[in-house]
Ligand binder design. Structure first.
Ligand code: ATP
Ligand code: MG
Ligand code: MG
Ligand code: MG
Length: 472
């Protein structure tokens, strides 16, 4: 099954079961200044869970485009390193707005995975929220799922390597306990079952999260019960595709193999098993869709996230020997492989290419020089730490977002003196204040503040902005 077939099969299954098929919303959440990007399938339905948006249906299904590259859910650092994380991915979901609850949600999940997709049952593992006896009993008694493969997991506050079975979109908003399904890719891959310290390996990969939406969390942390308990589920299209296409890593599925092959051909790289190729293939997807949804590279907020991703991809291309623009040329590959599912990609192709080419031109001017400075700094480095001043100079003068420098440091096994960087940054702020030079925004904190100018999604005016920028 191709990724396109799998998307269709998922939506058709839920449509047959009374769900309204809803088209993917844009990546800019409408009327939600608390959220950087749409990071889950439930985001466009947030108000349906809260009971303030009433629709003509109480069951929905979608394949929602998502970006996790900033804010509460940020997987940028994982890209290139894990088999399962992207900055851009599609989340398949089914939703109940006060209609059905846990029993039906788990039942549909089981039926789709084992009857329709025919996954081997013995490779599946399940988690439930520690206190959720109801969900536990549905799995153990109604489904007959072996209890030695069900783990109870708490909310693991602050633990980096543990599942978190209390799902929240952000710091506020609808949330609730969840139950997740994992797939065991086999003992030749490192990793442990969910709930163990080794779970963050890529052997047991989480495929589907069933969230039982029960609360609305407020700013002060209080949890108000929702008018009607609801269901929100999310399954990564690329992760289920990997399983159904008989491969381990998401980067081995049809979509990614095509993008990787096109990149390798363009850059004349022989070995396609290459981290930089994976990073570029990932980043061209998020960049295309972010631009499609009206974002352009800039020095703040969402635009800065796009700039960071673009420049990271460009740096990886140059590491592979790219001379001149290459990233914008990959838009064609995206149109080839994702244009059927997203016709807007083709319609906006030249705009997307133009925005990326402009960013490549801008960064090309400083990338080589910045790299030389960094290499020189690294060659006489003493304590395996890149100085904060260097990181700042690269940022300030050569347009290297700090995570780009951190990416290079990680590849070389080096640390960064972040305190030194902060100090240099603060000194710059002082100087800027003193000379009232407001030209550059040095506050690149990626959480949007509520006073943000952005008032929601306005596709047309965003497009106008993109076109204007191209003319500049
Ligand atoms: P993980 O623990 O693997 O990082 P998650 O628990 O953060 O995943 P959820 O927030 O539960 O993920 O999202 C629901 C589903 O979306 C996941 O089960 C997974 O299939 C998919 N998913 C989440 N993050 C990504 C990503 N960065 N790239 C691809 N798919 C993802
Ligand atoms: Mg995650
Ligand atoms: Mg998880
Ligand atoms: Mg999860």
């Amino acid at each position: 099954m191709t990724t396109n077939d799998i998307r269709k099969a998922f939506l058709a299954f839920f449509e047959k079961n009374g769900h309204k098929v809803v088209e993917s919303a844009p990546l800019i959440p409408a009327n939600d200044p608390t959220l950087l990007f749409t990071n889950a399938g439930m985001v466009p339905f947030k108000d349906c869970f809260l009971g303030t948006d009433k629709r003509s249906y109480t069951r929905a299904t979608s394949s929602q485009r998502c970006v996790r590259a900033g804010g509460k859910h940020n997987d940028l650092e994982n890209v290139g390193y894990t088999a399962r994380h992207h900055t851009f991915f599609e989340m398949l979901g089914n939703f109940s707005f006060g209609d059905y609850s846990k029993k039906e949600a788990i039942g549909y999940c089981w039926e789709l995975l084992t009857d329709v997709f025919k996954l081997p049952k013995e490779k599946l593992w399940v988690t439930v929220y520690a206190e959720d006896d109801e969900a536990y009993d549905i799995w153990a008694k109604d489904i007959g799922f072996p209890e030695d493969r069900i783990s109870r997991i708490g909310d693991n506050k602050g633990e980096r390597y543990a599942s978190d079975n209390f799902w929240a979109m952000g710091d506020t908003g609808p949330c609730g306990p969840c139950s997740e399904v994992f797939y065991d890719h086999g003992e030749h891959i490192w990793g442990g079952p969910p709930g163990t310290p080794e779970e963050d390996g890529d052997r047991y990969i989480e495929i589907w999260n069933l969230v039982f939406m029960q609360y609305n969390r407020h700013k002060d942390g209080t949890m108000e019960p929702l008018p009607k308990p609801s269901v929100d589920t999310g399954m990564g299209l690329e992760r289920i595709s990997a399983i159904l296409q008989g491969v381990h890593s998401n980067y081995e599925i049809d979509t990614f193999q095509y993008l990787i092959k096109q990149t390798a051909d363009l850059l004349n790289v022989k070995d396609s098993d290459n981290k930089s190729l994976r990073v570029i293939a990932d980043h061209i997807r998020s960049c295309c869709f972010l631009i499609l949804d009206g974002i352009v590279p800039s020095n703040e907020g969402r635009g800065y996230v796009l700039r960071r991703i673009t420049r990271r991809a460009i740096r990886h291309g140059h590491q592979l020997g790219a001379k001149g623009n290459f990233f914008s040329k990959l838009v064609q590959a995206m149109v080839d492989i994702m244009g059927e599912a997203y016709p807007a990609l083709k319609e906006q192709q030249s705009i997307i290419e133009g925005v990326l080419a402009k960013e490549e031109d801008a960064f090309a001017k400083t990338l080589d020089k910045g790299m030389q400075i960094l290499e020189a700094d690294i060659s006489d480095i003493k304590n395996k730490t890149i100085s904060g001043e260097t990181v700042f100079k690269l940022y300030d003068t050569y347009g290297f977002p700090q995570d780009l420098t951190a990416d290079i440091a990680r590849e070389k096994g080096l640390e960064i003196d972040w305190d030194g960087f902060e100090k240099a940054m603060e000194e710059q702020r002082q100087r800027a204040r003193a000379s009232s030079n407001f030209g550059v925004d040095y506050n690149d904190s990626l959480t949007l503040e509520e006073k943000s100018e952005f008032t929601g999604y306005d596709y047309l005016s965003q497009q106008v902005k993109v076109v204007k920028l191209l003319k500049d």
